[in-house]
Write a protein that binds this ligand. Structure first.
Ligand code: NAP
Length: 244
């Protein structure tokens, strides 16, 4: 059986990009990291890469739009570790047929909502019993500056032209999935926060981002390791708060 002192973290969409960066940084801190991925070969390969650095990393099959994989992942974590200390809801998509409200493909908007919001809600619900069994669990939601209602309404904002109704709305909905669970869990040791990683060079933006994966992973990792007196139900970017 796993020693109680060693934390267990699940990072969704951890086979590449910011998710793999978060998994790497958490594992380097001595945490047992479960790399959620929808593709077995890609997930196994990413976990093997971390194990090659003598880190404690394991692949868990988890596809946000396939409920049976979420249920199976929760059952396997329960059987192997009995609890979960950290859940990083990182997996997400930016659908190519998304666009401004006047022209966005409706199926594309649906796909964004199904993965980024509903899928994340399903994973959170499935993992909550395991998170409740940990001493002081942390949930970190990978949101985006593009989620901000305040920024979306500011024509002078640097990203004002990034009007993707599906992506931006799904991440705004994800922010609700921070505020509401933080309220529901206010009398437990569990903290729930949203974070914008910044504009990070990954496949999602054809590597046009200006931050490295290590830089983008730093904020989510900090929130995954918040001390007992840390905040809950807040939206962060960098070291500070981000406007909702
Ligand atoms: P990425 O390189 O495209 O990685 C996305 C990850 O999510 C991949 O592992 C992908 O798996 C996984 N994924 C997608 N759909 C999934 C599903 N249905 N089930 C399970 N996994 C799924 O993107 P990234 O830039 O690292 O993004 C990570 C998170 O940060 C996302 O939530 C994104 O919205 C957010 N974010 C990114 C930026 C940025 O500048 N990059 C900015 C703000 C927020 P596959 O490899 O199988 O596709």
């Amino acid at each position: 059986m796993q020693e109680m002192s060693k934390k267990i973290a699940l990072v969704t969409g951890a086979n590449k990009g910011i998710g793999l960066g978060i998994a790497h940084q958490l594992a380097k801190r001595g945490i047992t990291v479960l790399l959620g991925a929808r593709d077995t070969a890609r997930g196994e390969q990413a976990a093997a890469k971390l194990r090659g650095e003598a880190l404690d990393a394991h692949f868990v099959r988890l596809d946000l739009v396939r409920p049976e994989t979420i249920e199976a992942a929760a059952a396997s974590i329960a059987a192997q570790f009995q609890r979960l200390d950290i859940l990083v809801n990182n997996a997400g998509i930016n659908d190519p047929a998304d666009g401004p409200p006047s022209t966005a493909d409706l199926n594309s908007v649906k796909r964004a909502m199904e993965t980024n919001f509903l899928g994340t809600l399903a994973v959170t619900q499935a993992m909550l019993p395991l998170l409740r069994r940990a001493a002081a669990a942390r949930i970190v939601n990978l949101s985006s500056g593009l989620a901000s209602l305040e920024k979306n309404g500011d024509p002078a904002w640097d990203f004002a032209s990034f009007k993707l109704i599906g992506y931006n709305a799904s991440k705004a909905a994800l922010n609700m999935l921070t505020v509401q669970p933080a309220y529901e869990l206010r009398d437990t040791g569990i903290k729930v926060n949203s974070v914008s990683p910044g504009f990070v060079a990954t496949d999602m933006n054809e590597h046009r981002g200006t931050l490295t994966i290590e830089e983008g992973a730093a904020g989510p990792v900090r929130l995954a390791l918040l001390p007992a007196n840390g905040p809950s139900g807040r939206f962060f970017s960098g070291d500070g708060f981000h406007p909702w």
